[in-house]
Design a protein around this ligand. Sequence first.
Ligand SMILES: Cc1cc2nc3c(=O)[nH]c(=O)nc-3n(C[C@H](O)[C@H](O)[C@H](O)COP(=O)(O)O)c2cc1C
Ligand code: SF4
Length: 810
Amino acid sequence: MEGPSLDSDGRSLDLLGLWHAVRIPFIVTFIIALLAVRLGQRVLARKPSQGAPPSPSKLEPQLSAEPDGSVVLPEKFEDISPSSKRRKLSPAPARSAPKRITGGQVRKKKQSSQTVDSKSAIAAIDESVDISTDRRYIQIFIFYSSLTGSTARYAAKLADDLFSKPLYTPTPAPPVAPTTDSNLDATEKAIFLPPIVENVDYLDLDDYFISPATPKTPNTTSVYLLLIPTYEITSPVDAFLEHLSETHHDFRIDTRPLRSLLGFSVFGFGDKEGWPAEEGRGGGIFCGQAKEADRWMAKLTGGKRIFPIGMADVKGDAAGSLKEWREHLEVALHELANGETIAEYQGVDSEDDEDVAQDDAKDSTEPLVDVEDIGNTIQQSPSTSSEPAKPAKKSKAPIPVDFTTVKSSPKPAAKIKEMVPKESPTYSALTKQGYTIIGSHSGVKLCRWTKSALRGRGSCYKYSFYGIKSHLCMETTPSLSCSNKCVFCWRHGTNPVSTTWNWTVDPPEMILQGAMDGHYQKIKMLKGVPGVRADRFAEAFRIRHCALSLVGEPIFYPHINEFLNMLHARRISSFLVCNAQHPDQLARLKYVTQLYVSIDASNKESLRRIDRPLHRDFWERFLKCLEILRAKRDRMRTVFRLTLVKGFNIEEEAEGYANLVEKGLPAFVEIKGVTYCGTSTSVGAGLTMQNVPFYEEVCEFVRKLNEALERRGLKYGIAAEHAHSCCVLIASNDYFIDGRWHTVIDYERFFQLLEEGKEFGPLDYVGPPTEEWAVWGNGGFNPADERVYKKGKNKGKTAQAATEAESGCG
Ligand SMILES: Cc1cc2nc3c(=O)[nH]c(=O)nc-3n(C[C@H](O)[C@H](O)[C@H](O)COP(=O)(O)O)c2cc1C
Ligand code: SF4
């Protein structure tokens, strides 16, 4: 029997034979693997970074802070506002010719719901409707804005009700489709696709209002219906109207960029009792902003108004008014579907219309039709009682709002408004909630911890972590306005929201004096409250700390640096929380005793859902703010404030948060369970007690985050806790000195360092070691304070379920 050859030649011959046998599959496999790797690399390189930011080492440019704590931004940081984006627009491309529309029959599958909520829904519609390429389709978009939620509900109702009942048009009676699929009429030349409802507060307006949205369905033209509430205070409606106005005035954009729409119609909501004035447009007038939207849409579409503006008084029968408007609109839409067109209004293009602006409605020969009046007009029309009514004036042609006959007059200088005027409902709403309003845009309020400390019942977590006694702390804000509408915010949706400061500005001395007076006034009122301790009551008349975190966005205030200087000069420390939406202002900010950035989510989508930001480039702004915070870490104590909301931003997000910490490298990360206020805002945003995490859940998240930081080689540890307010502190190891955590601040040293005027950093004002009872694992309750348990509350969530009036910034 022959065994295998063992000599070297024989072995090499065997190997050669083996190579010949396997070389082809081997080479092919190798090439495929190589191609797969290259392809993978390309895909990764192209993928936009949505969630995790890059590692800090890859971040360019690396910023550093000036000796005064501010950061000078390089050129590329500036100019990120949507309006600047607009400036970079290239000239508008030539419009494509209108689509050719032909007739034909179509079969439609049954839809579960007519209402869809997002652009992605267009794809869903495509799947559920058998699209015939020789049929014409009409896509109705229902756009709305809503601060307190009612217009959102009306928009959903309108989408549900549109074409849900047989049309009442009497001539000639068309065969009406059954209710569920009734937006289809087999004899109609065009088919209505289920309406798409969009909130303009969160929409990229460029996608819809610089040129019409292009539905995926072929042969589709769009109809825009706008439901607009009016706000006397600054609200997202202002941003929307501003966008329409800018689009109209932008010389690089076609004068009638929305002319290819089939048409539009506007419906306004307002409060006639609160704002009875009907002449004119804008905030302060009944439905004034809806009228403004109607006017801009007329300009942008070339006057393609399908039906006159409708208006409803929310204190009257708003639902009835909306119903009437809808019914008339349906008739007009039906006619459009049957081939009627709205002629473009020729006059709109005239140079003269440029700024007819201020008073064209006044000079218009055709008054705007109030839906409340439509009922009367219908009664006057010669319809028999058996016949359903028909609108007296049908909108076959555009309603002649004549922009050309009025000569342009010099625009009166726009009067700068107050953010919260004394006579406004916002003012009364805020004062009812316990705020003292200072001047026209600032507020001060006593937090529940200040009251608790006065009664010897313990301070907020800032005592455990940083040595702040709550009865020595004032909570205030120099800007009641904000650029977010966070789901957990306490402001009941009544505060002004805006992306820019466009109000009168009060001087910082007046605000500080007003805030201190207001604070002391509220303390005085507690004199007779049972349990208030005399020693603490006396001490409370010397404010030592200021929490700039009440509501609104403090760095919005143009003189925030002067305000901070004044606090420090009075030896009052500053804890300032900002919302990571204003990189320019954050960069300009000088010394703060402790500077916070709210980190409400670890990725873009989550942040959009929870903070509901007004800025379209909110994620870019957010990331820039983290980079700026990182640059400030050598000058001051920097903190990430995480507010955990179950179902929104906890699950699976620890890794994402760790990436953000890696980017911003804050000195501290405060993790806190959300406080449930039960306000209309939170309820409207779908927030309930179920979204409030238990303390154990917060702790579990903290452990996960700590592990994720460790895995990244970041030197942090869990330093302290305050179980009572559901709050835990992760700190940089820089504050772990001689085997103990040192999270408390030496406030006197901070003021001294500022007075000396030399450069200093956060480690120069580190205080004594963190109290043993506050260290992680010991609960964080000061044994010197009286512990009070409340009966019959949701165990573990008691402390967080504070009422709006009681909750503090902590
Ligand atoms: C602070 C505030 C200001 C308002 N200003 C006006 C106004 O100037 N004119 C008007 O007609 N209605 C005004 N209203 C009434 C709102 O337009 C009305 O309540 C509307 O339904 C709110 O819609 P929303 O719940 O979708 O935000 C105001 C309401 C509030 C709370
Ligand atoms: S909750 Fe805020 S305002 Fe109240 S004592 Fe604590 S830090 Fe000060």
